[in-house]
Design a protein around this ligand. Structure first.
Ligand code: LLP
Length: 442
């Protein structure tokens, strides 16, 4: 069965009577006029459809829990939507903990991940009742135990393990391979467990956690990951009499950035995970564990588009036709960081014939600031509104103020209504944290 992450565009995308692109019942050209550009637009219906896909796909495994990986896009409104779908959250910083808490999330459904959580961040997690902390290394075991002891609390933890699985995605977004910076190597698990059982008495271990990478198109490796987690749980039971009843398989399901991308369906992934989990429960003779899945990109990417206004252009003699837009690598660093490819249309000319091969350049002072290297589009002119698809994940969350440019606003669209969920930064915002030392003042 197909699922929403396999769509290139938000599911409500269409051409309206005015001849413009429309998402969530809102005319994109009107949104650009009303809110300015660059503008992140998020379609609520698409986000909810993906959440529903996950729930339907995994419904045959009763002990399943979903956590939205906030790092893909963390805002109060998106947190409120994910929470209303029954999702918990994977968070990786005090900022993400604070945001989901402020958005009203049930903190017992929150898992704190990360390879170098600070004293203050771990303290905040304990104070706000974060449900699980996935401990990444020996240093953190000892630090967290000390903090929990000082609060007279027990910290509920998972152990993040490196399952030794290589997935074929960009090198920077692989995480489960053996020389990854994340998690305990399989050969270090016993030592960690011994410390928890004998020394770190303010820690309670509930299960194991792994994450193999991001933008994954392979399916079978999820089965292999599940087998490694279950096998380890069974082994720890035999060796230490330890009954662990949670496994967290991380996130990673890919999305369709361009026509040539064919990500697997949520239903295919779920079937592989559940079948292998049921098989392994029998094979290794353990109680069926609670299963946690923490997708980020596949929840939020397809729902998002970015609108830009086309400005200057340059025809290199006998070379490329460059068209520059009013955003670029600061609002979407993915093309320059990972050679990521994107698809786009012109919001005010969606059904014009694409006749021209063009390069879409950003406005930032760097030659590498190219949003789309080569795309066929209708005749582009200054003032056209370019709609770049699939920018919901890891765009706003990795945005910067490079060149001292304000971060764009984000609007949520649904049922012909649009609401600002993140305000556009102002020039005052940019200097709000600056100080001039007294001796330099005139
Ligand atoms: N769980 C853990 C422990 C993770 O490290 C990640 C992502 C996720 C879940 C969510 O993975 P997803 O479902 O989004 O693939 N900035 C990169 C992606 C980095 C992903 C880091 N970890 C990009 O723009 O492609």
């Amino acid at each position: 069965m197909n699922s929403t992450n396999q769509s290139l565009k938000p599911i409500t995308t269409k051409i309206n009577q005015a001849g413009n692109l429309e998402i969530g019942g809102c005319d994109l050209v009107e949104l650009a006029e009303k809110y300015g550009t660059p503008l992140y637009v998020l379609d609520e219906e698409t986000i909810r459809a993906v959440c529903q896909d996950y729930k339907n796909a995994f419904k045959t495994y009763s002990k399943v829990n979903f956590m939205f990986a906030s790092k893909a896009l963390c805002s109060m409104a998106t947190s409120a939507i994910a929470a209303s779908e029954g999702f918990g959250f994977d968070v990786v910083s005090a900022g993400e903990i604070y945001t989901v808490h402020k958005a009203g999330a049930d903190m017992s459904k929150v898992l704190f991940n990360g390879n170098n959580k600070s004293y203050d961040e771990l303290s905040l997690a304990l104070k706000l009742g974060v449900g699980r902390i996935s401990v990444d290394n020996f240093f953190e075991l000892s630090l967290l135990n000390e903090i929990a002891k000082s609060y007279n609390k027990t910290a509920d933890i998972l152990l993040r393990i490196t399952p030794g699985i290589e997935c074929h995605t960009h090198e920077y977004i692989q995480t489960g391979h053996l020389d990854s910076k994340f998690g305990f190597d399989l050969t270090q698990i016993d030592e960690a467990v011994e410390l928890i059982l004998n020394d770190f008495t303010n820690l309670k271990l509930h299960g194991l956690h792994a994450h193999i990478g991001s933008q994954i198109f392979e399916t079978s490796i999820y089965g292999d990951e599940i087998e490694i987690l279950v096998k380890e749980i069974a082994r720890l039971d035999k060796k230490f009499g330890l009954k662990l009843n949670e496994i967290n398989a991380g996130g990673g399901l890919g999305v369709k950035y361009t026509d040539s991308d064919c990500p697997p369906s949520t239903f295919t992934i779920a079937e592989i995970i559940i079948n292998r989990l049921n098989e392994c429960v029998e094979k290794y003779n353990i109680e069926p564990p609670a299963l946690f899945i923490e997708p980020g990109r596949s929840i939020i990417s397809t729902a998002g588009v970015t609108l830009y206004t086309v400005g200057s252009s340059k025809q290199v003699p006998k070379g490329k036709a460059y068209f520059a837009v009013d955003g670029g690598m600061a609002d979407n660093p993915r093309p320059s960081m990972y050679q990521a490819e994107y698809y786009a249309e012109i919001a005010n000319k969606p059904d014009f014939e694409p006749l021209q091969d063009v390069t879409i350049a950003g406005r930032f002072c760097e030659s590498g600031d190219i949003l789309i290297k080569n795309i066929k589009l209708p005749q582009l002119e200054e003032g056209d509104i370019l709609c770049v698809y699939n920018t919901g994940a890891y765009n706003y969350s990795m945005a910067s103020n490079y060149n001292r440019v304000q971060k764009p606003a984000m609007v949520l669209v649904n049922n012909s209504q649009s609401d600002i969920i993140i305000k556009r930064e102002t020039l005052e915002d940019l200097t709000a944290h600056d100080e001039i030392p007294h001796r330099l003042r005139k």
